[in-house]
Design a protein around this ligand. Structure first.
Ligand SMILES: C[S@@+](CC[C@H](N)C(=O)[O-])C[C@H]1O[C@@H](n2cnc3c(N)ncnc32)[C@H](O)[C@@H]1O
Length: 387
């Protein structure tokens, strides 16, 4: 297992070969490069990425549609969204308390999260989705790469039961990448999604994890937080990112939400497609939850005053602020420039997702103010387990 960005480089030729196989264009002349697109290919992919981006993240008209049955859109997914989902999944799987062996990926599409699980140490993975074409692309990619993958057709809106997918065994890991927001749209969505996640939790072996990743959009993030709150109220423990055991404080104000970011750049192929499609470069941002099997309680947080940083740095007139969320709830944390000392200097370099211990602070408004005497230490960097 290398770094996620290095491991991803290995997949690019396989993704391109799978995409060219889908495209079925007979091309004369020399073989096209195996790490980038030719100009006419780039034009075609960028146009399809624009359609996907509009339908999945802006007007959201593709939600509920079988968009991966369209080869152009499936191809665009493979070359643009697959690498991003892979990096997101690796950025969350690195937080698991232990390396998974057996995994099930629900709503897998062409398998970015499933293959990320293999690269994160899983020995076997089943990818399940309602799109037969997406599953065929996952199998083709697996053949290109010499990786093992089993696929199953699955649609929880038609048939609720999940137990057949695991072959009666308990699993170390169940993942759902960017699929929960597409399921059960309309009234009662949160309740039905929570019900599905409860079924998924029943598939876990002791110490296993259920990982849910959703787009870093306010609407989908808040919908995930609503599902979180239903599950937490039923006794489900969150392993990450939450340290707060009550109802999510980011739901109090309708403008708040919660997302993570990992400091890793997508590969040049993705950047090139983004540029051509006129999209912002996709940073690795997502909303996510890692849930513990039923009956396994919350982990004790590290002693002292502890927060996960849930905002970017918020500098203003001589002071630096972040929002932190910890066992005490969600609070603003502020340090004046004039109060920076050796003891609190780490505050200036915190990243969204870091878990920090802070000693000696005073309440200020609805937040906390650090002083020259405050100690700041990073307990777990973003993407590392808090143990
Ligand atoms: C945005 S893609 C996510 C693919 C992949 N998991 C990822 O993280 O990139 C959403 C996936 O959910 C699947 N999906 C949507 N509705 C579904 C349903 N009712 N049953 C099963 N899969 C569904 C789609 O076919 C698609 O593969």
């Amino acid at each position: 297992m290398g770094t996620p960005a290095d491991d991803l480089k290995r997949w690019i030729p396989g993704l391109l070969a799978t995409w060219r196989g889908l495209r079925r264009e007979v091309r004369r002349g020399p073989r096209p490069p195996d790490d980038r697109l030719l100009p006419d290919e780039l034009r075609e992919v960028a146009a399809a990425v624009q359609r996907l981006s509009l339908g999945l993240t802006r007007d959201r008209k593709l939600i509920g549609a079988r968009y991966l049955e369209d080869d152009r859109l499936l191809g665009a997914y493979l070359l643009f969204y697959w690498p991003v989902s892979y990096l997101q999944a690796r950025g969350v799987l690195s937080e698991l308390p232990r390396r998974p062996r057996s995994a099930l990926d629900l709503g897998s599409g062409p398998g970015p999260v499933a293959f990320a699980s293999l690269d994160a140490g899983a020995a076997e993975v089943v990818a399940a989705d309602r799109s037969a074409r997406a599953l065929a692309a996952a199998r083709r990619l697996a053949t290109e790469m010499g990786e093992p993958i089993a696929t199953r057709e699955w649609d929880p809106q038609r048939r609720g039961d999940l137990s057949g997918l695991a072959g009666g065994r308990k699993l170390d890991l169940v993942t759902l990448g960017h699929v929960v927001n597409e399921l059960f749209p309309g009234e009662g969505a949160a309740e039905r999604r929570a019900g599905l996640l409860e079924q998924a939790l029943d598939l876990l072996a002791p110490g296993g994890s259920l990982v849910v990743i959703e787009p870093a959009l306010r609407e989908t993030s808040r919908a995930l937080l609503e599902v979180r709150d239903l599950l937490v109220a039923r006794g489900v423990a969150v392993r990450a990112p939450c340290l707060f055991r009550g109802a999510c404080p980011a739901r109090v104000r309708p403008t708040d939400w919660c997302h993570a970011e990992r400091p890793v750049d997508p590969p040049p192929l993705v950047e090139e497609i983004a540029r051509r499609a006129g999209l912002r470069k996709e940073a690795v941002k997502m909303s996510y939850l890692v849930l513990a099997p039923k009956g396994e309680g919350w982990r004790e947080p590290p002693p002292g005053l502890v927060f996960r940083i849930v905002s970017e740095p918020l500098p203003s007139k001589g002071r630096l602020r972040y929002m932190g969320c910890g066992p005490e709830g969600r609070k603003g944390l502020a340090l004046q420039e004039k109060d920076v000392t050796q003891r609190n200097r780490a505050f200036e370099h915190l990243l969204r997702g870091d878990v920090v211990g802070i000693a000696t602070v005073e309440p200020r408004g609805d937040g906390l103010r650090l002083s020259p005497e405050s100690d700041v230490r990073v307990i777990a960097a973003a993407g590392r387990p808090v143990t």
